[in-house]
Design a protein around this ligand. Structure first.
Ligand code: ADP
Ligand code: NI
Length: 215
């Protein structure tokens, strides 16, 4: 396998996406994975091929990105086969991308391998901070959600039927984005998460202040 081939496979699938899961998101997740890997102890039980491949393909079987999920899964199996990934690596990559998402971890926390924890951290870091702010408004805008409505209380997303319904973009910070920092796994991600969480909280404070007409 080469990581360039994985990049090219991912690129073909994500270039169509307009929901904030485009190739720019994927490239940032891969870059964050590399950063976390570099920070891990030398004897850590990790496999960069598995981590980077899972990072590149993590949204290629997501119904938000592809219309035919069973076909997308089959395409991914065939791609990994064509790149001679051993069966065990293929199984771990599928386990990671099937269990890492926020929505899959609402009812109960899923057990991930250390490789999976790194991909999950990188994906979550890209949902917070300054990029996280931009993605939330981009996503909300694509569904016509309001910026903010102080009369609508944030919802409890652990109640599954609430997850894919819509409230306001500012509520999304309280419902999801402010909770992500606590869910990070690795030391490097926790440090970055601390910084990014502060940026979001300061943004929301300023937003509400300006919303209320303060200079
Ligand atoms: P996951 O794949 O973990 O379930 P999502 O696909 O729900 O995550 O989220 C992808 C991106 O879109 C994230 O940056 C997230 O914060 C943003 N997003 C998801 N739902 C909303 C929403 N209701 N309002 C604003 N942004 C959202
Ligand atoms: Ni993602």
């Amino acid at each position: 396998m080469t990581i360039e081939a994985v990049h090219d496979y991912a690129y073909r699938i994500y270039t169509q996406d307009k929901s904030g899961h485009g190739m720019d998101h994927i490239n940032r997740v891969v870059a964050l994975c590399r950063h976390i890997i570099a920070d891990m102890p030398a004897d850590a039980d990790i496999d960069s091929d598995i981590i980077l491949t899972a990072a590149y393909v993590h949204d290629t079987i997501d119904p938000k990105v592809v219309s035919d999920v069973p076909k997308a899964r089959q395409d991914l199996i065939e791609f990994l086969e064509s790149q001679n990934y051993p069966a065990e690596q293929q199984a771990e990559i599928f386990h990671i991308i099937d269990h890492m998402s926020f929505s899959k971890n609402l009812a109960q926390r899923q057990e991930l391998t250390l490789n999976g924890q790194i991909v999950q951290d990188a994906d979550r870091l890209d949902a917070i901070g300054t990029i996280g702010i931009a993605r939330a408004f981009y996503y909300g805008g694509s569904f016509g959600d309001d910026l903010y409505d102080p009369t609508i209380a944030p919802r409890d997303l652990t109640i599954e039927k609430n997850y894919r319904t819509h409230s306001t973009v500012i509520n999304h910070f309280y419902e999801k984005l402010f909770t992500l920092k606590e869910a990070l796994n690795t030391p490097a991600a926790k440090r970055i998460g601390e910084l990014r969480d502060e940026r979001m909280r300061s943004f929301v404070v300023d937003f509400i202040s300006e919303w209320n007409g303060r200079p």
